[in-house]
Design a protein around this ligand. Structure first.
Ligand SMILES: [Cu+2]
Length: 173
């Protein structure tokens, strides 16, 4: 007799991964802006390149704008889809070999904007738990020094696809 309720439960549980998959599939956040609970910090133009391999690494780019009256510090990022997430800076002076170093915090003064982009600051995702093909979106949580958090979904773009926030005419090398 307890079999039927069990099956119902199981069916209900089976809907959850489906909903998660649907959430992942929506990449409509490309132009969306998101703010912290207190409205001090705004995140816009988030994006990343596709990473077809499980276990690969990927860089996340976005723009942080401080609308508040105090300096905001981004101190970390979390994703359920990678083993390690760190703030990185690419050393442009290192010549042929691209060197990256960890950054403990990114500070944004009141009224300032900071754009993370290729060849500069980025959020590094290491050891992806599954491939991230173009058209998906990566759920990511940004953590700030004052305890604020922002949850966003980062659109995954194909290699060479236009980047949010760039002029339509400009092209990546
Ligand atoms: Cu990096």
């Amino acid at each position: 007799m307890p079999i039927r309720p069990f099956i119902r439960l199981w069916n209900g549980a089976a809907l959850l991964p489906l909903a998660a998959a649907l959430g992942l599939a929506s990449a409509t956040a490309a132009t969306a802006q998101q703010t912290t609970g207190d409205g001090d910090l705004e995140v816009s133009d988030a994006w990343m390149r596709e990473m077809p391999q499980r276990g690969g690494a990927a860089e996340v780019y976005l723009t942080l704008t401080n609308r508040g009256l105090r300096t905001v510090e981004l101190v970390g990022a979390r994703s359920d889809m990678a083993s390690i997430e760190t703030l990185h800076e690419t050393d442009s002076r290192s010549g042929d070999t691209k060197r990256m170093s960890a950054v403990s915090a990114l500070r944004i003064a009141p009224g300032d904007s900071l754009t993370l982009g290729p060849g500069g600051m980025h959020i590094m995702l290491i050891d992806l738990e599954k491939p991230l093909p173009a058209g998906r979106a990566l759920p990511l949580r940004l953590q700030f020094y004052d305890g604020d958090e922002i949850s966003l979904s980062v659109p995954v773009l194909a290699a060479g696809a236009p980047v949010p926030g760039e002029q339509a005419a400009s092209q990546e090398p």
